[in-house]
Ligand binder design. Structure first.
Ligand SMILES: *Cc1c(COP(=O)(O)O)cnc(C)c1O
Length: 382
């Protein structure tokens, strides 16, 4: 079976893990954590990086530090992996789901803008000026764009909307390490960006995340909150309710090795994307995700649309090519059925019904890609 997306471990992973084992520094302290944080921050061009257990908890902590409370709304796209929404619910906040743009599959910003213009008002409060919802009177505190599949939408438009409506931007950049908008890296456009190093992501620590920010104070607070909010070096004095969300040294060691290899892996992802786009162009009714000329996407997981998604999915999985459907839209999951879903044409459900992801590991070989393409062409009778 050609796997969908598996880690590529060809660098110093063994060496650094062995170093952890040899020295006993496997757990909550050690130099690889700092090194990994710095490498990720440097790569994306952020001032600070804070490592944590995974992307999901990174999104949780970022919202807490942005001041999201249980009385607030947080805006999110209707097409995303469940973790985005789970992280919102951990804070007790309520999501407002925005349908996606049918060509780039990111949050539909025109729809969002129109909704905010007609359903919210700005009000001065003791802690500042915020947007409130006209019917429910709840505050809209943050917006969490998701760079779906490593692609990005119109970030300038997003920033304008966020500014106008006093929303903090927390980028769910978990899929977007190596993606850029106008040469600026994903995750650096708002208050926080969060990256994931889960096993299926572009690089992996087994499980892991990094929160990036340019704000020193927020970075310190993120470190504090993810490490049980211990307020003294020596004494067990804690000054707030913290979380045991830290990334352990042995996993950070893998992360350092992966970051060393990442520039090369990213190049091979671009080649993969080019190969698939060339080979599959015009095959059956296949349609690709549109990437704006302002965006350099990391090509994390190759996904395309076809009306024959279900039978193709079955055919490929039965023929040694591991493939997956897209995420069920959030508004269709029972936990979010009562939440606000802003849409005109429900593009989300069409994308869900038509999208299929094909093998895209960073280490995929030319022969494997050829085999994937051959099987797809065979299915479409070409
Ligand atoms: C992977 C992913 C996450 C969560 O990251 P984990 O490290 O698996 O917790 C969040 N949002 C999106 C869109 C993801 O793809």
């Amino acid at each position: 079976m050609i796997p969908l997306s598996v880690p590529h471990l060809n660098g110093n992973e063994w060496k650094y893990v062995k170093d952890c084992l040899d020295t006993g520094w496997i757990s909550s302290a050690g130099s690889y954590v700092n090194q990994f944080e710095q490498m990720v921050a440097d790569f994306v061009g952020a001032k600070y990086g804070v490592a944590c257990m995974n992307g999901t908890v990174g999104l949780h902590i970022s919202q807490l530090l942005a001041g999201v409370t249980a009385d607030d709304y947080v805006i999110a796209p209707n097409i995303t992996f469940i973790a985005t929404l789970n992280a919102i619910k951990y804070t007790g906040a309520t999501p407002i789901l925005i349908d996606v743009n049918p060509s780039n599959w990111q949050m539909d910003l025109d729809l969002l803008e129109n909704y905010l213009a007609t359903n919210t008002f700005l009000k001065e409060t003791e802690s500042g000026v915020f947007s409130f919802h006209t019917t429910t009177q709840k505050r809209l505190k943050a917006i969490m764009p998701v760079h779906v599949l490593g692609n990005m939408g119109d970030i300038e438009q997003l920033q304008k909307i966020a500014e106008k409506y006093h929303l903090d931007i927390i980028e769910d950049s978990t899929e977007a390490l190596g993606s850029y908008y106008k040469k600026k890296h994903a995750g650096t456009f708002g208050k926080f960006g969060v990256f994931s190093f889960n096993g299926n992501k572009i690089i992996s620590t087994g499980g892991g995340g990094v929160i990036v920010t340019d704000d020193e104070e927020l970075a310190k607070k993120a470190k504090h909150l993810t490490t049980q909010a211990k307020a003294s070096q020596m004494e067990y004095i804690h000054d707030e309710i913290g979380y045991n969300y830290r990334l352990v040294n042995i996993l950070a060691a893998i992360g350092v090795a992966q970051m060393e290899e990442f520039p090369n892996l990213l190049k091979s992802k671009h080649k993969m994307d080019e190969f698939y786009r060339n080979e599959l162009n015009g095959v059956g009714d296949i349609e690709f995700q549109q990437v704006s000329k302002d965006v350099s996407a990391n090509c994390w997981l190759f996904t395309f649309k076809t009306n024959k998604m279900r039978p193709l999915l079955e055919f490929l999985n039965a023929n040694g090519v591991q493939s997956r459907p897209f995420w069920m839209p959030m508004n269709q999951l029972q936990m979010f059925k009562e939440d606000i879903y802003v849409t005109e044409n429900d593009c989300s459900s069409k994308i869900y019904e038509n999208c299929i992801s094909i093998p895209s590991s960073a280490g995929i070989t030319q022969e494997q890609m050829q085999e994937v393409v051959t099987k797809i062409k065979e299915f479409f009778g070409k």
